[in-house]
Design a protein around this ligand. Structure first.
Ligand code: HEM
Length: 453
């Protein structure tokens, strides 16, 4: 804890970068390597200029805790993220202050553990339906498969059966929204105003998606029958003064949940398949566990406490390849973090990628070792040495949903199939908003022997 008599210090300077653009080129070209080098060379707190923005990079878990938890009220979401509101509206991810708090209060009960338990069977059933279509020896891009699967799951969890015939349109619109979102984050928004084909396409797909979402909201409002999907819960949620969300708010939250909830989980799974294929021992342990606990039946929610290795595999995969690879904030007022002066308006960035691979917290930090989570490592680590879902009041609302989904999908698929990487392919990551596989991940799927699967 900082002694209040010690005078706050200015942030140490990081690399200077170039005139005008500062370190923007490095941040755009190789952000993960650049941030890692900065942290290892200049320390846990440093200041850089990214074009016209002053930014600081925090790489110590205690500093992250101060920003996200202890002093969270002094920070808002960064300006750059707010530019994505053309896509996300004023949903949970982008909003701030009292508006955000009210929306979070209204949405929170829908993500309670007991509520999301209802979706476990969807996760296992959709995984089985997908693998029913797989042929022994078939090759495919597993990232594409995971994206389609998690989209189907989140669509059904949000809308029940109402969207089953429209998932493809929703998927297309979300793809173009994500692309737009990525471009906006990369300062390309000046091109948005011109009638370029991609802008026309984007608007057309947005209109289609809006039409579907508003259509479903309206028909729900007029319906007598109760549904137990997320939309119904959001629609009926009441604040303490009895007020409810408007159609526009519901729409914005639904888009946010679609976007925040589908790609992240797909990415977590895609990297997990890659890591398992590269680590046959870890894969064999997974198959043993699934054979022992499940035999020849699909996994259920009740199995999860017994699928410890499955859980550790996902946890370790999200340590090495965190789908959200950084969190960003903007200082809403002058403040002091870890003894350093943070002026109002400064951008604060902390990267899961950097901290999750820090040798101060992890032995053999770059190695995939699910067994590291077997003892009480999680309890010994500083709280923010592992934070794939962020933390504090803005912690991911879908964290339990995502963990359950990842474990059930992994179990449902790996009990039936073994995945191996197609040799000589280039696998790389693309750190945009999320940490996607840049060229996909090509695998061969082989049916596992034994009983009826
Ligand atoms: C492995 C999967 C996931 C990862 C790694 C992940 C990661 C994160 C992180 C790091 C944040 C905090 C961002 C910040 O503090 O700036 C966040 C927020 C959020 N996530 Fe997730 N997420 C995942 C899955 C989901 C799912 C499945 C949903 C919904 C169905 C979801 C909905 C949200 C929402 C709405 C927020 C904003 C919460 C708020 O600010 O109140 N996420 N997520």
């Amino acid at each position: 804890m900082l002694n209040s008599t010690i005078k706050p210090q200015p942030l140490p300077r990081g690399p200077k970068g170039r005139p005008l653009v500062g370190v923007l080129p490095q941040m755009r070209r190789r952000p993960l390597q650049f941030m890692t080098e900065c942290a290892r060379t200049y320390g846990d707190a440093l200041q850089v200029r990214i074009a016209h923005l002053q930014a600081c990079l925090f790489s110590h878990p205690d500093l992250v805790e101060e920003v996200l938890v202890t002093q969270n009220r002094k920070f808002i979401k960064p300006q750059l993220l707010k530019q994505a509101s053309e896509v996300l509206g004023n949903g949970l991810l982008t909003s701030d202050g009292d508006f955000w708090l009210r929306q979070r209060r209204l949405a929170q009960p829908a993500f309670h553990r007991d509520r999301i338990a209802n979706y476990a069977h969807l996760m296992a059933d959709f995984s089985d339906q997908m693998t029913d279509r797989w042929r022994d020896g078939q090759t495919m891009d597993i990232h594409e498969e995971m994206m389609a699967l998690t989209l189907q799951i989140v669509a059904r969890a949000l809308f029940g059966a109402d969207v089953s015939d429209k998932t493809e349109i929703v998927g297309r619109a979300l793809d173009s929204a994500l692309q737009r979102f990525t471009e906006r984050m990369s300062l390309m928004r000046l091109l948005d105003r011109f009638p370029l084909p991609r802008n026309v396409r984007f608007r057309q797909r947005q209109r289609e998606l809006d039409g579907i979402i508003y259509g479903i909201i309206e028909s729900r409002r007029n319906s007598e029958t109760e549904s137990d999907d997320l939309l119904s819960m959001l629609l009926h949620a009441q604040d303490t003064d009895g007020s409810q969300m408007s159609n526009q708010q519901l729409h914005d939250e639904v888009i946010t949940l679609f976007l925040a909830g589908h790609e992240t989980t797909a990415i977590a799974l895609s990297w997990t398949w890659m890591l398992l294929a590269q680590h046959p021992e870890a894969e064999a342990k997974l198959h043993d566990e699934l054979d022992r606990v499940l035999g020849s039946r699909p996994p259920t929610l009740a199995d999860l406490p017994n699928l410890r290795w499955t859980e550790m595999v996902v946890k370790e995969s999200m340590r090495l390849y965190p789908p959200a690879w950084r969190v960003g904030r903007q200082a809403a007022e002058d403040c002091t973090i870890g003894g350093f002066q943070i002026p109002k308006g400064m951008q604060v960035v902390a990267s899961q990628w950097v901290i999750h691979r820090d040798p101060r917290w992890y032995h053999r930090p770059d190695d995939f070792l699910p067994q590291r989570w077997d003892g009480d490592l999680a309890r010994q680590l500083p709280k923010f040495a592992y934070f794939p879902f962020g933390g504090g009041p803005r912690r991911c609302i879908g964290d339990e949903f995502a963990k359950m989904e990842a474990a059930l999908i992994l179990a449902a698929i790996a009990r039936r199939f073994k995945l191996s990487l197609i040799p000589n392919q280039q696998i790389d990551y693309f750190p945009s908003i999320t940490l996607r596989p840049k060229y996909g991940i090509r695998v061969k799927v082989e049916r596992r022997g034994g009983g009826v699967r």
